[in-house]
Design a protein around this ligand. Sequence first.
Ligand SMILES: [Zn+2]
Length: 298
Amino acid sequence: MSNNEKLLKKARMLSYHEKMFQCPICGGAMKVERMASLECENRHCYDISRQGYVNLLNHSSKTKYDKALFEARKMISSSGFFGPLIEGISNRLIQMQKQKLPESGKPLRLLDAGCGEGSHLSAIGHNLQEKGHKPNVIGVGMDIAKEGIAMAAKTYSDPMWCVADLSQCPFADEQFNYILNILSPSNYSEFRRLLTSDGMLVKVIPGGLYLQELRALFYTGTGKETYSNDGTMKLFSRHFERSGFEELRYHVILDSEQVKQLIHMTPLSWSASPEVIERMSDGEMEVTADFTLLYGWK
Ligand SMILES: [Zn+2]
């Protein structure tokens, strides 16, 4: 498929689902115009990029998340580091679907809020289709970092990708059956607004032992060697009276290149000196993946 055909396919998909969107400035209904932009009824206009994503930010954003960071995350994802986490989330969603009455032909709508370079959403959407026998999955990936979304749109054709601000999500009310929010900031009032009445939020936060081997190296003597997610969990249950959680812990052996990538994609490296990073990048290393999965219903 040529680049032009790919872009047209993405614009058509946006056009087909344009009713899911709403203008982040005025809340107006949106329409795809000339396969080139999303426009609201009050003429606020958001371009569809050459890669096929929509930029719905009305200001430019500078984040700490640059292209190198998303490339690192993509490599770590393909190394299988997140594999058991992605399987766990997928199985939970498949199980939820089985409990529901079969709504024949109704598509399943999935939002990844803070999707980065898109690998998690792509993998989970794929699992729902293949293992969950749910052919009709509509995925939308959203992130404030344009670099991540551009990479996602370049790599994956299927989900729709948009650059947008969490505090002004560019979607109409009650559009999503599931919202994923994986190792990424939240906006609970927006999430509640966007979920269907029986929808579910899946938030993933680091557990206390997440990357403990790296924390020990970087943070010795700083008081940050251990980490507590108590505050996040309390805040979550304040917003979702009906909630539950699950803990998922496993170990992954990474080679030195992967360790480097992992360090690069986590906030750990932001305060570390290059010497520390250089010193520790020799040989294989076992690291702990420790996650808490929070589930919330309206
Ligand atoms: Zn508008």
